[in-house]
Design a protein around this ligand. Sequence first.
Ligand SMILES: [Zn+2]
Length: 254
Amino acid sequence: MNVRRRTVRALAMGLLGAASGIALADKVVLTGDRIPTDAGSWIVRPIHHASLALGWEDRVLYVDPVGPAQRFEKLPRPDLVLLTDIHADHFSHETLRAVCKPDTQLIAPPAVADRLPEELRARSTVLTNGQSTTLFGFRVTAVPMYNLVSERQHFHPRGRGNGYVIHVDSSRLYISGDTEDIPEMRQLQDIHVAFICMNLPYTMSVEQAADAVRTFRPRIVYPYHYRGSDVERFRQLVGEESGIEVRLRDWYAP
Ligand SMILES: [Zn+2]
């Protein structure tokens, strides 16, 4: 978002606050890791396992919100929700109903959209691998996520789920979804922030994840969806000499 639009929005909110007596200072603001870019800052807020919240200016995105609503009660509600797959660690009607605002928009692959309750389905943009849409200034592209090894392919068959690349201004952020180190991941370019899954048998090993990351070279990588995996070993395998910053966060706090 450019400065002028930001200013207009801030002015509008100020006028609204003055006219209606709304205590704008009480507005919930997303806190977390701040990642500055040339045009604005990302806020990264790990929530749990595959669930995360992202902020950009005054917009809030959730990815795969699941679990009790208390996990989200101190967070601003999302403008946009990205859903990657049908499994319970990524998709919950109950959580979506609890966290979404009346005007929250969703993006989902067809298999997830087909399982959404009607009121949420009506606000969803359905993307298959390779398709893109723009919402709230975010250019969102659905990218493949799937298992490579034959005995794991039933977990995530190719084409069912979506990873995502979110492009805003000059910054590109990648969410892997549940996948192995597929060629489409290795071919990613110019990724600023990457969220990479790693847990066997469902997705991939830390060795696979580190090898892929060293190939597509995001500037910053967050291991997520890593239950039971040695993320410190992942950090060592990526290596300081790669120039890639590995950010280890606790995604499994009680
Ligand atoms: Zn999963």
